[in-house]
Ligand binder design. Structure first.
Ligand code: ADP
Ligand code: MG
Length: 307
């Protein structure tokens, strides 16, 4: 039996947001939930946390049906995009708060909080107030506050969205290490594919109220379940109604006509951004290309279109 099994539908004012979305998770798994903005990722997390009720569906967690269990008793914690720390409490007091509610003894609280502040590299800021913290520190304090509670499931809703890109990159690797170290089953919401692949053991793609595919990033990339996943995950091209992922395409001396828009650099290589039929794809080239140059693109022989 799965550690977590979710199936659910949710409508807001006659607008269907979740429409029989279904997935399961193993204990200790980190799942990156991705999908375009407004697609219902936060709604799904709120339903899991018990902050919103499903119209229909079922959630089982750690061998228990928690569909109708209150948010307080579910053992599911949600860390939001903004850290939502109590402003009048220090980092230590914030981290200690949940344990106090659980009537944990003062001594045990101190031990647990100190240990977690060390793990989240926040011990230096233990007696600071939220307004005295950087964005990254606020998120780490929020994580510490959740992790001391040893949740059955931890939900992270775009936690690094408002943090600058360099630091964000470090935090991605760091948070994955921390969650693995603590063996915390977690769902990490992001709309960034790279972030999703870095943090998650697996990715789940939410689209039109359904989980279209769940699996390791590589599997989703190499074997997209359908055209929407292929389009959403990778860059590619639709020609005469057929979609081809970029890896299916190469520059050639004939084929579909495109115009070179410019260069882009990734992983130590030069790629070219090419406009084809009012779409933009990114391809590598054996020889340098110039901006504005006309090129031709064909599909590699062995690759079929994704239907
Ligand atoms: P995401 O997190 O993927 O960006 P959300 O789950 O926040 O998407 O929102 C999904 C859709 O549900 C959006 O269209 C949003 O406007 C709508 N929505 C979210 N919360 C509410 C609410 N409390 N009342 C009405 N509509 C809502
Ligand atoms: Mg959201």
């Amino acid at each position: 039996m799965s550690y977590l099994a979710f199936t659910g539908s949710k409508t807001y004012q006659s607008r269907s947001v979740l429409d029989g979305a279904e997935f399961t998770m193993k204990k200790g798994e980190i799942l990156s939930l991705i999908g375009p903005s407004g697609t219902g990722k936060s709604t799904l997390l709120k339903c899991l946390a018990g902050l919103e009720q499903l119209d229909s569906g079922r959630i089982s967690l750690d061998g228990m049906d928690v569909t109708d269990v209150s948010a307080r008793k579910r053992g599911v914690l949600l860390v939001f995009q903004q850290a939502l720390l109590f402003p009048h409490m220090t980092v230590f007091q914030n981290a200690e708060y949940g344990l106090k509610l659980k009537k944990t003894s003062r001594e045990l609280r101190r031990r647990k909080v100190e240990e977690m502040l060390e793990k989240t590299e926040m011990q230096h800021a233990s007696s600071r107030y939220p307004h005295q913290l950087s964005g990254g520190e606020q998120q780490r304090a929020a994580l510490a506050r959740s992790l001391v509670m040893e949740p059955k499931l931890l939900l992270l809703d775009e936690p690094f969205a408002s943090i600058d890109p360099l630091l964000r990159d470090k935090l991605r690797i760091w948070v994955k290490g921390l969650l693995k170290d603590q063996n915390i089953t977690s769902i990490f919401v992001t709309h960034d594919m790279e972030e999703a692949s870095l943090v998650g053991d697996e990715l789940a793609i939410l689209h039109d109220g359904k989980i279209l595919q769940k699996g390791p990033a590589r599997e989703i990339y190499m074997h997209p379940a359908n055209e929407t996943v292929a389009r959403f995950y990778g860059d590619g091209l639709t020609v005469s109604g057929d979609f081809f992922a970029s890896r299916s395409l190469e520059l050639s001396d004939q084929g579909w006509e495109g115009t070179v828009l410019g260069e882009t650099y990734k992983y130590g290589h030069v790629f070219y951004r090419i406009a084809v039929e009012s779409q933009i794809i990114t391809l590598s080239s054996g020889s340098p290309l110039n901006k504005g140059q006309t090129v031709f693109i064909r599909r590699r022989n062995e690759e079929e279109a994704v239907k």
